[in-house]
Ligand binder design. Structure first.
Ligand SMILES: Nc1ncnc2c1ncn2[C@@H]1O[C@H](COP(=O)(O)OP(=O)(O)OP(=O)(O)O)[C@@H](O)[C@H]1O
Ligand SMILES: [Mg+2]
Length: 252
């Protein structure tokens, strides 16, 4: 081999390493052959059967599939609420699949904002206090907490409803409080499981516009749904069937 060819080879190798390092850094979520098996008596239920995929920072991904296909199971793993039976999961370069419960709770509080179909707000607490709660868990001083909670409520355009309790708000407003609560810790990912499942179609559209706005602001959003018109708001749609990815397409 000539010296020139050797130099060229080395340059190519260096470039490849750089590219690999770059793509590793970019993948916020990376899973390798994730399995989740539930044991029920004598029966083994394979809720996930080898899921391998990546989600980059600031992606907006919908996970869609029929009932029982494994969407919530996958969301629970991504959200660090549960650990896989087999396979690896890296979140921001950290190997989550090997963590114990304390480490999982810590990473969950820091990195993930959850939005649920049923809002899961504290009924007796004001909108402001509901949004402030995650910051209490993370030990932030009270004055900073209130400031941050107000900012999050401002981001979902609810400054004029901060003192209302959940039963003094409309369904869409309740979900916006829940989204503000998900945002308040400045998580790297917002995970939403059927966030419009309890809303009428007009209010659903408003909530989807809010997710679009949050995505434009730089948030990474993963949305679980079984409705195609809701999934169509995302920029990438991952289809799950029988615990496996059956399709993965960029739609805009
Ligand atoms: N804790 C559990 N123990 C045993 N089996 C479970 C458990 N959780 C889920 N399963 C089973 O795993 C499979 C996947 O369930 P999962 O909740 O992930 O489905 P899903 O896609 O979210 O469905 P849906 O659209 O109805 O919410 C189902 O067959 C379900 O019965
Ligand atoms: Mg589900």
């Amino acid at each position: 081999m000539t010296v020139a060819a050797m130099v060229e080879n080395e340059r190519a190798a260096a470039l490849m390493n750089e590219n690999n390092a770059h793509s590793r850094a970019e993948a916020m979520i990376r899973t390798n052959n994730l399995w989740k098996t539930y044991i029920m008596g004598d029966e083994e239920i394979h809720a996930l059967r080898g899921v391998t995929f990546e989600i980059k920072r600031n992606e907006y991904v919908a996970i869609i599939g029929p009932s029982g296909s494994g969407k919530s199971t996958l969301m629970n793993l991504i959200g660090c609420l549960d650990t896989p039976s087999k396979g690896d999961y890296w979140l921001n370069g950290k190997l989550v699949s090997a963590m114990d419960d304390d480490e999982l709770a810590h990473i969950r509080n820091k990195e993930i904002g959850f939005v649920f179909q049923t809002f899961n707000l504290l009924p007796r607490a004001s909108a402001l206090h509901n949004v402030e709660l995650p910051l209490i868990y993370s030990g932030m001083p009270a004055s900073d907490r209130i400031e941050r909670a107000k900012q999050a409520l401002e981001a979902v355009e609810l400054t004029n409803r901060m003192t209302h309790k959940p039963n003094e708000l409309s369904g869409g407003q309740r979900q916006r409080v829940a989204i503000a609560r998900a945002l308040v810790n400045n998580p790297s990912i917002i995970l939403a499981d059927e966030p419009t499942g309890n809303l009428d179609s007009k209010t659903s559209t408003e909530i989807m516009q809010l997710f679009e706005h949050l995505h434009e602001r730089g948030n990474t959003i993963i949305l679980v749904t079984h409705e195609h018109d809701i999934a169509a708001h995302a920029h990438r749609v991952v289809s799950i069937l029988d615990g496996q990815i059956s399709k993965d397409e960029r739609i805009r």
